[in-house]
Design a protein around this ligand. Structure first.
Ligand code: ADP
Length: 163
């Protein structure tokens, strides 16, 4: 069974993420979306919310599971018997960081490959941080995050702003 891991912070999941997940799951037997902590700063959405948002956006993708992970990605991948880590690439700016991570992970386990899928052109500008910025200021997030979570994303910022 060929298992791939698709890691990220998904704070919140965007249509760019879902595009990568939907394409990646066609190329393996099981895809585990691994939701981790954001290294740069505390996430806006809780781990439970981020997992729930992804699960509600899968639209019947049968071989996709969503889990949380802590610690080193490579240790997690090994514990799941994964043979690959799949990442999306948006721009040259993603490349340098991703190449470094891929080399480091390969150094720790040469049997686990990192696979890159090029972003869908429509989502090449899209990031979770852009969605958060828009939502914070009441901007339009339609078309950027899955329809099923639009209201939840908006509500989070509304609740925060009226507190
Ligand atoms: P972000 O950079 O949006 O905060 P994550 O850290 O959750 O996202 O990223 C998880 C993975 O998804 C990374 O490999 C990232 O390159 C990829 N990704 C994020 N947004 C897109 C997009 N719009 N198109 C393709 N891949 C993406």
């Amino acid at each position: 069974m060929k298992i791939w891991i698709c890691p990220g912070s998904f704070d919140p999941v965007t249509k760019g993420h879902i595009d990568i997940i939907s394409r990646a799951c066609l190329m393996c037997d099981k895809l585990i979306v691994a939701v981790g902590e954001n290294k740069q700063k505390k996430s806006v959405f809780t781990l439970e919310e981020r997992i729930d948002f992804i699960e509600r956006s899968l639209n019947g993708m049968k071989n996709v599971e969503v889990e949380s992970f802590h610690g080193l990605l490579i240790d997690y991948a090994r514990s799941k018997n994964a043979i690959g880590i799949v990442k999306g690439l948006r721009a040259v700016s993603d490349f340098e960081y991703e190449m470094q991570m891929a080399f480091l992970n390969k150094r720790m386990d040469e049997n686990i490959e990192t696979v890159f899928l090029m972003t869908n052109m429509n989502y090449s500008f899209l990031s979770s941080s852009a969605v958060r910025e828009l939502a914070l200021h009441g901007g339009p997030i339609e078309g950027l995050v899955p329809d099923s979570i639009i209201e939840d994303v908006r509500r989070k910022y509304h609740i925060n702003s009226v507190r």
